[in-house]
Design a binder for this molecule. Structure first.
Ligand code: GLC
Ligand code: CA
Length: 558
């Protein structure tokens, strides 16, 4: 076994959704030429690695998550040679590179599916899940989960879009293909995988009906953490064990207990899981069922995962990715853009786990509001619009899209205040957020207190502190609806992270065991440099969305 323990625990990662990152060859589409140019910028954030959302050839029914060739690069983004150049430069800068492994489904334009649909007696016939009659499952993205195929005269299963047929993982040949794909990229030098909806790959035998009247969720127990999942995961793990790499699983709807079955212990099959609980503090399952942000829900989810994983497993820490609307628009406040953006950063980066930052999050990009559903491009956005609340008036329906669409995470990165936000020299493939003149990288580089520079400070602080990486987690004032306060403690060093989520000043009491102690204010988002500070007795007034990180030496009173 080549896998070395734990290098990823010290790291932080940056996620690139390449189509909107940076256009290096001036055709309006982000690409690997652009990534190559911006690697120094990525490095300057203080991260240690990159997760690439799919770069492979794809008809883009789900923007790369519908793959038609697992061993090549989409021509829009470059080619394998250009990828190798990026990989080499990333490595020379000390950045790891992990790829997205999407194997629950392929594109319907993948050669395997083209063969499979030809009939029951060809070598690819059992690569997918075919039935004469569909069951009652819903797809997550487009109507029912079954589509009739004229050519084959049967229905195929698609848990996601119609153009994303599910692979039949029970077929050993399919699992061999997956392992071959892993080896292909690992041999090239990539450092690991983020495994897409990996807890869905093993379906219950016989594909029984789900609970009717419970859309989507009613079908899920028939394929989430299915009967053979751990067996298959072990097979994939063995491949990874031949290399010094690591594996992250995306686990939609996963509970902390079921996540532990993947990520805990020596014989774990994943090193970390992408959980969703803390992303539901303003919605129910999906952002489409929107609710006002509830700080207690956010804290409860984070604390539950921190406590249950403590000493047993490691976790992905994140607030944004290509699947969620922008976090300031959700949990923060565009009116306190800098303040809430920095406060949100401190609320998660100092937890136990490996922090991930999504492109544009580091400058506090916010949601877009497009005037018509035709302007949106994401398949799930369109599906939600056409499937739910269709009797509401158009304005209401569009308002739901504004708060929930994944497209808000997919607008071009705002590099400067020039034309097209400096993303491209020509008209970009998708809308640029109108606020790019105010919110962009160049402006924030110049401003010492910007969100961008705050992320840098957070990552630097974390990287240089064993306590912030390995320390025990404890939450204070769990029932507060105004502040999130947590401690990281290791031996005789403690950090206390205090974040106000209020748009008005609030009085904050420090825990008794901290009051009067001498320490240091190591980080804050209100222009106070690092300095010695005694933790005030009787509390302190926090400004809107103020956050403070204190470091205290010597053990605390219990
Ligand atoms: C994951 C991806 C998402 C994609 C879905 C289907 O959730 O993150 O973008 O649409 O899987 O592949
Ligand atoms: Ca391009």
């Amino acid at each position: 076994m080549k896998r070395k323990e734990d290098w990823y625990k010290h790291m932080a990662f940056y996620q690139i959704w390449v189509r909107s990152f940076y256009d290096g060859n001036s055709d309006g589409i982000g690409d690997l030429y652009g990534v190559y140019e911006k690697l120094e910028y990525v490095k300057s954030l203080g991260v240690d690695g990159i997760w690439f959302s799919p770069l492979y050839p794809s008809p883009n029914a789900d923007y790369g998550y519908d793959i038609s060739d697992y061993r090549d690069i989409h021509p829009d983004y470059g080619d394998l040679d250009q990828f190798k150049k990026v990989l080499e430069k990333a490595h020379s800068l000390g950045l790891k590179v992990i790829m997205d492994l999407v194997v629950n489904h392929t594109s319907d334009e993948h050669p395997w599916f083209k063969e499979s649909r030809k009939g029951k007696d060809n070598p690819y016939s059992d690569y997918y899940i075919w039935r004469d009659r569909p069951n009652n499952w819903d797809s997550l993205f487009e109507g029912k989960a079954w589509e009739y195929d004229e050519e084959r005269g049967q229905y195929y299963l698609h848990l996601f879009a119609k153009k994303q047929p599910d692979l039949n993982m029970d077929n050993p040949k399919v699992r061999e293909e997956v392992k071959g794909i892993m080896r292909f990229w690992l041999d090239m030098g990539v450092d690991g995988f983020r495994e897409d909806v990996i807890n869905f790959i093993s379906k219950k035998e016989g594909l029984p009906d789900g609970i009717p009247f419970l859309p989507v969720i009613g079908s899920m127990m028939n394929y989430k953490d299915g009967p053979h999942i751990h067996e298959y995961m072990r097979e994939f793990r063995e491949v990874c064990n031949e290399y010094d790499c690591f594996q992250i699983g995306e686990g939609p709807m996963t509970t902390v207990d079921s996540a532990l079955e993947y990520v805990a212990g020596e014989d774990r099959t994943l090193d970390m899981m992408i959980s969703f609980d803390h992303m539901m503090a303003d919605c129910l399952y999906t952002e489409y069922i929107h609710r006002p942000f509830d700080l207690k829900k956010y804290k409860k989810a984070l604390t539950r995962w921190q406590e249950k994983l403590a000493g047993r497993a490691w976790n992905v820490l994140y607030l944004e990715n290509h699947d969620h609307p922008r976090i300031i628009s959700r949990y923060g406040s565009p009116f306190f853009h800098r303040e809430s953006g920095t406060c949100l950063a401190a609320s998660y980066i100092f937890l136990q786990g490996t922090p991930f930052i999504y492109q544009g999050q580091e400058i506090g990009m916010t949601n877009i509001r497009l005037g018509s559903i035709e302007n949106y491009i994401d398949v799930s956005t369109k599906n939600n619009f056409n499937r739910y609340h269709i009797k509401d008036d158009l304005k209401k329906r569009l308002a739901r899209i504004h708060v929930s669409s994944r497209d808000s995470a997919r607008t071009p990165v705002q590099w400067n205040s020039g034309k097209y936000a400096g993303f491209s020299k020509v008209k970009p493939w998708f809308f640029v957020n109108k606020n790019y003149k105010r919110i962009n990288v160049a402006a924030q580089e110049k401003e010492p207190d910007s969100i961008l520079n705050f992320y840098r400070k957070c990552l630097e602080l974390r990287k240089n502190s064993k306590t912030l990486i390995y320390g025990d987690y404890r939450e204070y004032y769990a029932s507060s609806r105004e502040i999130y306060m947590y401690e990281r403690k290791l031996n005789d060093i403690s950090y206390l992270i205090v974040c106000s989520f209020m748009p008005i000043p609030v009085k904050v009491r420090f825990p008794r065991n901290y009051e009067g102690r001498e320490g240091e204010l190591v980080l804050g988002n209100y222009r106070e440099g690092r300095h010695k500070a005694t933790i005030p007795e009787g509390g302190l007034s926090f400004k809107p969305y103020e956050c403070r990180v204190y470091r205290v030496r010597k053990s605390l009173n219990p």
